[in-house]
Design a protein around this ligand. Sequence first.
Ligand code: NAD
Length: 231
Amino acid sequence: MFHKNSKIIFFTGAGMSAESGIPTYRGKGGIWNTYNWQEYACQNAFEKNPHKVLDFHELRRIEALKCFPHSGHKIIKNIQDENQETFIITQNIDGMHQRIESINVIELHGSIWKLRCDKEKLELEDSYGGKYANRICSCGNILRPDIIWFQDNLKEKIVDLASDIISQCDYFISIGTSGMVWPAADYPKLAKRSGAYCIEINLEETKLSYMYNETIRMEASKGLEWLYNKF
Ligand code: NAD
């Protein structure tokens, strides 16, 4: 199946990182049970108290650095090494795929390892450290985490790029996403319409399960291992 000329997309969500120990947002142990997003994860909060918001995101970075990519991340990386036409589209902001040196990663919701200056329209890579290397832009503006927060719009160029790649893929493999957040809900449909073979790896049935060609009810790493051995 994963032969050299196939175009493969892995579409990952919070369930992929949950196995590495990164907390989910909602549900048991979810971040938004402890923190009020209105105070920490929206533009309004940032404008009111930027350093409180930056402190919160530093905490997320510190927690993320205590976690590591799991064998499922490694399997995707191995498939990429064998097939250059393999892309990862992720809703996760933790950079786990890049930490195992995966390439072709499209981050729909941004990254905790990036900051941006909205005044100068600059996007800046920050180091893989807990604390931000620099909170202030050279122009004097306070830098903002380059993340899609509540009430933000997704970046048009990223959404367009993702749609473009999905509409050309042969295999669309969704892992650990409920598919309830737009545009995630549309992506498997787009892949299917474009003729791709669609596979879902998820512990539970989702609202989109019915439209996949194949569903694998396993945790991300085991599901990927099963898939990799099968093909
Ligand atoms: P979601 O919380 O809506 O759904 C997670 C899905 O993963 C569920 O369907 C669940 O059944 C499944 N799941 C849980 N553990 C699993 C495992 N070990 N193996 C396989 N499946 C598993 O997550 P979502 O669809 O990604 O959407 C939530 C939003 O929250 C996204 O916008 C995302 O950006 C954000 N988020 C990101 C992170 C992160 O960066 N790690 C963490 C939490 C939330």
